[in-house]
Structures are given as C-alpha cells and as structure tokens.
Design a protein around this ligand. Structure first.
Ligand code: SF4
Length: 328
C-alpha cells in the first residue's frame, strides 16, 4: 500500500426538512464533519447502526448526492463541488456496489448491456468486439458463464445479481470501489460466497475499497482498517486487528459485544447497547453518544470530545481518554 487515493476533509451532508407550511427549515445532519483518508490498495471498513451516516458518506463520495461542505480529494483533485460536466472524467475512477441487487439492475437491460454500458459511456474501447470480449472476461471473473450475458436480471438469484453488480463496478477499471452493504440483502449461505469473491478480486486486482456494513464480523474479515461511525461522526478509527483486540470507545465495545462468541471460554460480561440512535434532526449536545453511554460523565453532556491518538493508527473520540495526546 502506498499513498492516499482519497482524502475526505470535514465533510458535511445536511438534508433540509421543513416543519409545517410556515415552519422553519431544519437540517438532518447525516454526515457532520467527517475526515478520513483511504490508502491505495487497502479496504477501509465503515461500520455503525442504521442512521449513523455511513451510506450517506459513501453516496457523497460517489457524488450521487450533493455535499453541504468539506472536501473530497480523489487522486489530488477536489471533486466535492464539481459540476456534472467537470465530474465526467472522475466518474470512471469511483464505482459503487449497491446493497440491493434486485433494485440496482435495470430489469429491461440484458446482463451484457448492463456491464457494457459504463464502458460505452466512458468510451473505453473503440469496437463492439472489444466490449463483447471484456463483458465475457468480467462475467467469468465473477463466476458467471458466457451465456448469462444474453439473460435478464429477473432470471438470476440474489447472489448472482450481486455478481453482475460487481462485474459492472469493475467494468471501468476504477481506482476506488465503494461497496454499500453488499451482502446484507443476501441469504447467510450466499453472503460468504460473495464475500469470498470480493476478497479474491481485491487480491488479484489490488483494488482499493470502502466497505460499508452494520455487521462488524463481516467488516473484520475483509478490511485492513475500520472506522466506526455514530450519528454522523467518527467515534473510533484503527487497524482491524487493533480495533477488534483493543476497542476503546464505549460504542465500539457495545457493537462488538452485540456479536455472539462461539467459543464459551472467550465469553465475558457484555456491554449491551440500549435504546435507539437519536434523531439526526436534533442530536444530543456534547458527545452524541451520551444518551446511551453507561460511562457518561457531566462533561460528556456539554462538550464534544476531541480526537485522541492511541498510536499512529488508532484514534478515539471520547472524554474517558482526556489527557491522551490530541490528534488534531
Ligand atoms: Fe461515553 Fe462520555 Fe465517552 Fe461519550 S465521551 S462515549 S458519553 S464516556
């Protein structure tokens, strides 16, 4: 791994919401000042409960939704405020694999046309034969057969449709792939097949990927580093090993404890996560996790915690670590 392919700087994505006919416009702060880097060749996992802003962050980086503030620097170019025309050359560099393999494929297009479309849009090949050849190669790479090219999405199972979505994402030979909960809509038995395929492709193609999931066990196996998000903010960031062996933030600990541990000798007392994530329309003051945190102190209700550096690769935002070296 070398260098950063993507730098996200103080990114904000707010959605306006008007209350009543004459009401004042309020803002849902879906992503509220997120900064992170993605190194070339790594898989960065982003985890958190539904509503934490992880999918919004992925869509904002793909420029599928507008950004309120902050920078998205892709290969040294800030794309955050580019117009659609300016963006065109960069669209090829980032591709997305969507959560729902049923909704993300056009039912009226053949599999060939679905995979060929991005290559045609970006004028990657000059002849139809070259595109046909590439479609065949991509189908084989994701474990499908040549004859599948002439079929339509409804003729495939969920796992096969996600393979088609992966082939489409690979078609432009992107620098960065954003996989937004790519296996959560699939049966458990199929999930591991699709994860194994992604792992194989990551190694063979030396891909860089942001892997978004709510399931920590899925992220652990595929990611080099993991970022934990809560209510629009990062709360902890570290290498997969560090984060799973030495989680520090009470929210990360609770997420990890929510998972069953098969080995009874390794079971310990669990920190259970109670209540639901508060509304991003009216987030709690201070540390946004304080309404659910069993270790909440007075300062947590008033002041948002700083970013503290545990070591060069591990950061935590929590007042329990006040006194540690500030990372800002
Ligand atoms: Fe809990 Fe306070 Fe840490 Fe927030 S800052 S996670 S409320 S201890």
């Amino acid at each position: 791994m070398s260098g950063d392919i993507l730098k996200i700087e103080d990114l904000k994505v707010y959605y306006p919401v008007r209350k009543g006919m004459m009401g004042k416009t309020q803002y849902v702060k879906a992503v509220d000042g997120v900064s992170l880097n993605v190194h070339k060749g790594e898989v960065l996992g982003i985890v958190g409960e539904s509503g934490c802003g992880k999918s919004t962050l992925g869509k904002a980086v793909c420029k599928l939704i507008p950004v309120t503030d902050g920078n998205i620097v892709l290969n040294d170019m800030d794309i955050a405020r580019m117009s659609e025309n300016q963006l065109r050359p960069y669209r090829k560099q980032i591709q997305m694999i969507f959560q729902d393999p049923y909704a993300s494929l056009n039912p009226r297009m053949s599999v060939h046309d679905i995979i060929a479309e991005p290559m045609e849009i970006h004028k990657m090949y000059s002849t139809k034969e070259e595109i046909d050849q590439k479609v065949t190669e991509l189908l084989r790479e994701v474990g499908l057969d040549d004859y599948h090219a002439q079929r339509y999405p409804h003729e495939f199972s969920g796992g096969q449709r996600q393979r088609i979505g992966i082939a489409r994402a690979l078609a432009t030979e992107p620098d960065l792939i954003i996989a937004d909960e790519p296996v959560s809509a699939l049966d458990v038995s199929i999930q591991s097949q699709v994860l194994n395929l992604l792992s194989k492709l990551l190694k063979e193609r030396n891909l860089t990927m942001i892997f978004i999931a709510h399931d920590l066990s899925v992220v652990e196996h595929i990611s080099n580093r993991v970022v934990v998000m809560y209510l629009g903010n990062i709360v902890e960031e570290g290498t997969s090993q560090e984060l799973y062996e030495n989680p520090l933030h009470p929210y990360t600990k609770a997420l990890l404890d929510a998972h069953p541990i098969p080995d009874p000798t390794k079971r310990k007392e669990r920190v259970l996560l109670e209540g639901t994530i508060p509304s991003a329309l009216n987030p709690p003051t201070g540390c946004k996790f304080h309404t659910r945190c069993k270790q909440c102190m007075e300062i947590c209700k008033q002041k948002a915690p700083e970013k503290y550096s545990v070591n060069a690769d591990h950061f935590v935002y929590c007042h329990l670590y006040d006194g540690m070296k500030s990372a800002e």
